[in-house]
Write a protein that binds this ligand. Structure first.
Ligand code: PMP
Length: 298
């Protein structure tokens, strides 16, 4: 089997996997999810992704019907069943089937899905030449409207930004906070390099606290670079010497143009290259082994 899906305790193929149309995940986007990578048979930062999944669920008062340990086992089993050594894992927990009203009390049991499939990455060219980005007109919601820390199934705000990027022929859309500060991208976090130091927007601006963002902040500090979470504007981005995105899919991806302004000299910068290489090394060295039992048996 190439790719596998876990649905409420059962592992099946992509074609066999189904959930109810009455599921409030489908009707209202009521649920949470994660995106995790498998690098050569090792799941990268699984504990961190699971912790974020349970925190997102806690915020929306969604009871995950599995213990974190059982969830971890389900993920490992599904990756094993997929037969893939390099893969993308998509755990989803939705409110479950209910009636047509939005009241979550009508949903008896949450639906748990784990999709394991091939990964879709930016082409190698993107890392060599860098990405082009535009600022979307649509902003991230204020944290008291929908807190960006929740990785919820409500991605319409991000999708509207993605559509703007598509229409402009850009690779990604930058999104501002409600007050107009640089916040994050439609599916990635953003960093700038300025005066040799790294800046990334602070979480209170309403962004998703990316697992890759945290890993890159630690890596940067290990490499002796100053790395700060702070509040800054598009002016700081346009005048930065480097800009890059971080995300499970993107890893560390250089940005060379924003809103028609060339960033730095218009080529991926040395600090971005260094962090990209350091992140790729890290991702291949650490992680939860999936095939350990099979490998041990020889
Ligand atoms: N921001 C948003 C809106 C995201 O959806 C994601 C995940 N693709 C990220 C940032 C990056 O988070 P992570 O590093 O955990 O993948």
């Amino acid at each position: 089997m190439s790719g596998a899906v876990y649905v409420n305790g059962r592992i099946c193929t992509k074609e066999e996997a189904t959930v109810s149309v009455y599921d409030h995940g489908f009707l209202y986007g009521d649920g949470v999810f994660e995106g995790i990578r498998v690098y050569d048979g090792r799941i990268f930062n699984l504990e961190e992704h699971l912790a974020r999944l349970y925190e997102s669920a806690r915020h929306i008062l969604l009871e995950v019907p599995l213990t974190p340990e059982a969830f971890k086992d389900a993920i490992i089993e599904t990756v094993r069943a997929s037969g893939l050594r390099d893969a993308y894992i998509r755990p989803v927990v939705s409110r479950g089937p209910g009636d047509l009203g939005l009241d979550p009390r009508k949903c008896q049991t949450a639906t748990v899905v784990v999709i394991v499939d091939a990964i879709r990455l930016y082409p190698q060219e993107a890392y060599e030449k860098g990405l082009r980005m535009i600022t979307a007109t649509v902003r991230r919601p204020a944290p008291d409207a929908l807190n960006g820390r929740i990785k919820s199934l409500n991605y319409l705000n991000n999708i509207l930004a993605r559509i703007e990027a598509n229409q402009a022929g850009a690779d990604e859309a930058l999104m501002l906070s409600p007050e107009g500060y640089v916040c994050e991208c439609s599916a990635d976090n953003v960093f700038v390099v300025t005066g040799g130091a790294l800046w990334t927007p602070a979480t209170h601006l309403g962004l998703l606290r990316g697992i890759t963002r945290d890993a890159v902040l630690s890596l940067a500090r290990e490499h002796g670079l100053a790395a700060e979470e702070r509040v800054f504007t598009l002016h700081d981005l346009y005048t930065a010497s480097e800009c890059f995105l971080t995300g499970t899919g993107a890893e560390v991806a250089p940005v060379v143009e924003v809103d028609g302004r060339r960033i730095g000299d218009g080529r991926p910068g040395p600090i971005t290259h260094r962090l990209n290489a350091a992140f790729r090394d890290l991702a291949r060295q650490v992680g939860t082994p999936v095939f350990a039992v099979k490998d041990a048996r020889g």
